[in-house]
Design a protein around this ligand. Sequence first.
Ligand SMILES: [Zn+2]
Length: 447
Amino acid sequence: MLEEQIKTIGIRNGSVLFVHSSIKAVGADVRAEELIAALRLAVGEDGTLVFPTFTSREEDYFDPDTTPSILGVVSEVFRSMPGTLRSRHPYHPVAAQGPAAKELLQDHEKALGPCGTGTPFEKLVQMNGQVILIGVDLDTLTLLHTAEAFLDLPYLREIERKYRNTDGQVRPLAMKQTPGGHRGGVRLFEKILRQHRVLQDGRLGDTRTMIMDASSVVNAMMDIMRDDPMAALCPGDYCADCANFKAMVRSKQLTELGADLTIVLPEMPADNAAFKEFLECFGAPTQFRLMSALPIVRLAPGENVTMPPDEIQKWVLQPAPQDITNYKKPPAGYCGLAYAPLEAASIGMMPFDDVLYKGQSRDAITDIFIEDGLSLLPGALYSPLTFINHLDPTQHVPLGMGNTQLRDIVSAMRMRNFSGRYHIVINEGNLYSNTHRRLLEFWHLLP
Ligand SMILES: [Zn+2]
């Protein structure tokens, strides 16, 4: 019965077929040998069967000839069959049988990491191979890590494992781009992969199968994660692995932004250490200073510049928004200008169009206070939407959603390699949830 059914599930004759399977799902009385024989029949003599044969991390070292696979009975039976070859990679070894086996497995241990360039997974893509999931879900798909490695995502790790080489010696192997840890977002990929028509469904015994072309699925997953490097991770912030992985993505984004980020709090947090850890998960800096200690001298509208209080601090001048437009460079004694777009909007100026775009101060600005809101702009094309204040009783306007033109400001400054500071202003209330919300909003202002 398996032999008849297996012809209908999309396996190509002559295929290089990578198999993720659960024999128990196929049927209580089905043996591993029967499933392997049926798969062999489907790919034919010109086809190559490939199984993951990953090993326990508890092993002292990896011996390709003897270390068992921990990925289920089918993978272990396949590994032990005569004629099966196995790659020498201590972290993600794979086993194969068929004409393409040798080329596929060769030099796996010499690749940069276990799943990316130079590995059997990349070769599977290049050889136009297929992947089949038999009774297991998309979260078992190792090609996810190939897509992650091709994008060099920052949460992949560097580790070391030992393996026995062809000369019999046990050697350490340092590897980069190593997967590991949780990936709670992967199941959400199924909908997108279906929209891309990458998955073909079938049935085998008592279970479902999904078959896909290796290259199509890797390309589709790369598209998803190029758009959102956190897409494979848990959407919430309550999974420790995923929260830490996201922190790594955000720190990389912050480095690419080229500007510093500071968080301006209404009060000191009760538990500095916990708050510091929390901020680090968002790639934010972790020095605490009181607002009054920020080296900024504020001027009222029309007020003349005085010399800064002392010469030791590098002082920044914050003129009133209507005055900041006149500065081409910081006045004597100051190292920069601070700009608060929400204050400009609240007196009827267009913070981007009037100040940053038409004003002369663009190159002199070193500090930008990031807040958003709704204000009554007399220059707006349409009448101000005063009713919005009544619609939103919390008055919380997400960054980039009000008329402070923050999106335009951040994108213009980013393109000019702005290397100053964005001060994110946190309002009264729960310090954690307000900071969390503002930081997420800030990341969404970036492309
Ligand atoms: Zn998670």
